[in-house]
Design a protein around this ligand. Structure first.
Ligand code: SUG
Length: 419
């Protein structure tokens, strides 16, 4: 099979809950304390994967890590029942579902050794995400273990925060052509943390052996972070020649566009002006946290969440763009409301890897029949609902741990059990 885009979606784990752990992520803060629906959440994720398959795209998955993370609690001198509620919630989060934060990926045509490079993200800024990487790394090492095609790197040292592909964009004439990679970092964000540090991305670019002439470092606008865009993929998305972004996404918009246009003359820039869609509407609707994809028929498609259709300024903008024959030719809508309520849209839920699917461990790839089987399993094993006040209940913890093992068995991934 040729080199193509493969999206690896994180299966929503059975512990999915709304504990309000992500300061600066407005949806997560707003919904703190609500009852969550892990079964519905995971099924919504599977349906999004199915929609991608039906567009003709290759699709993969990652499995949830063990939750509660007993090893992490043990290193902190405690255990699920004994831990104080805040520590316990940090050990129970299903946040690995947002696979755009799993790693940064540089496809083979961009690197000096002709292999695709992946660096697992350290996610050190948020305690509940800081302990994701060991389990993620174990999966990456399994899924992409063919060293003729892939190089998988451990995390950048935690002195510098790295949040992975959510702040990384790649431009190329076609997926299999050499690309220009853009690394977006934050400096300030008003009251909120800038989670991606420049030093971390500079290290990633060195580790991935990228060509300096085709590598750009760009500052995310402080205004965007302060407005709730805790990752760049909340205000911008790229695919092949197209950059789709909000006017206020970058600190020095003009300077960035000049540099990008020089490095990548084929750029097609689609900007949403602030006076047509405010930053607030863009962030609330997750217009830009969309998957921008090229299906086999060549019609660039934007996969947006239902919330984008429900936000009049956003939906009107999209209709105008489509009728004007713009770079985006089609819009598809998916329901990922359970994830959205924690600030994770369609793009957050996937790690995009440009590679030949035949070089990936097939246990991490899906077709519709596999999705059907997983839906049946999740429908039985995933908790129906979780009230964050009940996270310490032994019966719930047992159900969550059992559900994950059932999934690993079904996928023949038992070797990940103890990680
Ligand atoms: O890191 N939410 C995630 C959402 C990640 C979205 N990813 C991208 N933009 N690519 C985060 O803020 C909420 C968890 C909680 O509150 O329990 C959370 O972690």
């Amino acid at each position: 099979m040729p080199v193509t885009e493969v999206n690896f979606d994180g299966i929503v784990g059975p512990s999915h809950n709304y504990a309000g752990l992500s300061f600066g992520n407005l949806a997560a803060m707003r919904n703190a304390g609500l009852v969550s629906y892990p079964r519905t959440a995971a099924l919504q994720g599977l349906e999004k994967m199915r929609a991608n398959l039906r567009l003709g795209l290759a699709q993969g998955l990652f499995v949830p890590p063990p939750r509660p993370n007993r090893a992490w609690l043990q290193a902190l001198g405690t255990a699920p029942q004994a831990a104080d509620p805040s520590l316990r919630a940090n050990a129970m989060s299903a946040s690995s579902m947002w696979a755009a934060n799993a790693a940064t990926v540089s496809p083979a045509p961009d690197t000096a050794d002709g292999r695709a490079h992946l660096t697992v993200a350290n996610l050190r800024t948020m305690p509940h995400r800081s302990h994701e990487w060991p389990a993620t790394l174990a999966q990456l090492k399994l899924a992409f273990r063919d060293e003729r095609h892939f190089a998988v790197h451990g995390p950048v040292p935690p002195a510098f925060g790295d949040e992975g592909a959510a702040n990384h964009m790649r431009f190329a004439e076609r997926h299999d052509a050499p690309g220009v990679e853009v690394f977006v970092f934050g400096v300030g964000g008003g009251a909120y943390p800038a989670r991606q540090h420049r030093e971390a991305f500079e290290a990633v670019a060195r580790l991935h052996r990228l060509d300096k002439e085709r590598t750009l470092f760009v500052q995310q606008s402080e205004e965007a972070i302060a407005a709730g865009a805790f990752h760049n993929d909340v205000v911008a998305v790229a695919n092949e020649r197209v950059l789709f972004a909000h006017e206020r996404a970058f600190e020095d918009r003009d300077g960035f566009l000049d540099r990008l246009g020089t490095a990548f003359p084929a750029l097609e820039y689609v900007e949403v002006p602030a006076d047509e869609v405010s930053l607030e509407d863009a962030i609330r609707s997750y217009l830009f946290n969309a998957q921008l994809v090229t299906p086999p028929d060549g019609a660039t498609t934007l996969i947006v969440p239902e919330e984008a259709r429900e936000t009049p300024a956003v939906w009107n903008w999209l209709q105008r763009h489509l009728s004007g024959n713009g770079a985006i030719r089609r819009v598809a809508v998916v329901d990922v409301r359970q994830s959205m309520a924690n600030g994770g849209g369609p793009a957050c839920l996937r790690l995009r890897v440009v590679a030949d699917p035949e070089t990936v461990d097939p246990r991490f790839l899906v077709d519709e029949a596999k999705l059907d089987r997983l839906a049946g399993l999740i429908g039985c094993a995933w908790p129906e609902s979780i009230d964050p006040a009940e996270l310490e209940e032994p019966a719930l913890i047992t159900a969550i741990e059992r559900a994950r093992m059932t999934l690993l068995d079904a996928l023949d991934l038992r070797e990940l059990a103890a990680i």
